[in-house]
Design a protein around this ligand. Structure first.
Ligand SMILES: [Zn+2]
Length: 250
């Protein structure tokens, strides 16, 4: 089948996109008109994006969030000389503004808790990334290891049979018990690990000055506060999203 090039050009014609050549478009790190959905999304959506941009500028700290990703050195390193940036630690922050309504499951319009959502990318080194990942996964590694060890033990038939002989549910109860013990052992190991590594890595993302100012301005993390903000790590920056690229002055 032959593709109608002319038709394609017309359908993605950005000519009347309200965002064309605006700071808002650059701030969203849009992929260029031919690949951008917003060009085809209609004037209403484009107008909303322009309004969101004006609001976001007032909601974010003066320095913006770009310095967090543009730093050549890790922002989590606590040593005097920070390691070079090798990864981006990425997480989403949300804000209640602008007030939006959403339709609840029973069809009533209610205020949405999240009006804005932006990705934050923070320069991170190899060592700090490893420390964060260990903090997050150590409890599960330990729980899984203990549970697997129990499964191995219970697979010994004579042992399992003698347990069942006492009570049918005994292997299951043992399994549940060991899982709970494993979970608490994992939490303990996590705390010990964080204590041991806290001289290397700033685990409290909220203590980074820019993040602190964001929290003061009403931003909040969608991915855990109590046990530390959950981060994902990437060698590359995000290809899209508010303030995720360099080409922005705002
Ligand atoms: Zn580091």
């Amino acid at each position: 089948m032959e593709i109608n090039v002319e038709l394609f050009k017309k359908s993605s014609d950005p000519g009347d996109c309200l965002l064309k050549d605006t700071a808002a478009c650059a701030a969203m790190n849009n992929p260029g008109c031919p690949a951008c959905e917003l060009g085809k999304a209609g004037a209403e959506t484009q107008k909303n994006a322009l309004e969101d941009f004006e609001l976001l500028k007032t909601l974010l700290p003066e320095e913006g969030i770009k310095p967090l990703m543009q730093s050549e050195t890790c922002l989590f390193c606590k040593s005097e000389k920070s390691n070079p940036r090798e990864y981006y630690a990425i997480t989403d922050f949300a804000h209640r503004e602008p007030q939006r309504t959403k339709t609840s499951v029973i069809g009533i319009k209610i205020k949405a808790n999240v009006g804005s959502l932006i990705p934050v990318q923070i320069a991170c080194c190899k060592k700090c990334r490893r420390n964060f990942l260990m903090r997050d996964y150590l409890p599960w590694i330990i729980t899984a290891a203990i549970t697997i060890a129990l499964i191995a033990v219970l697979s010994i038939v004579p042992l399992r049979e003698s347990l069942v002989a006492v009570n049918e549910l005994l292997p299951l109860a043992l399994f549940a018990g060991v899982f709970v013990v494993g979970y608490f052992a994992g939490q303990l190991a996590r705390n010990v690990f964080v204590k041991a590594k806290k001289s290397q890595t700033l685990f409290e993302v909220a203590e980074l000055p820019t993040i602190k100012r964001m929290l003061e301005k009403g931003w909040f993390s969608l991915f855990g506060e109590k046990k530390g903000i959950r981060l994902i790590f990437s060698k590359k920056r995000l290809e899209r999203g508010w303030f995720s690229g360099d080409s922005v002055e705002a």
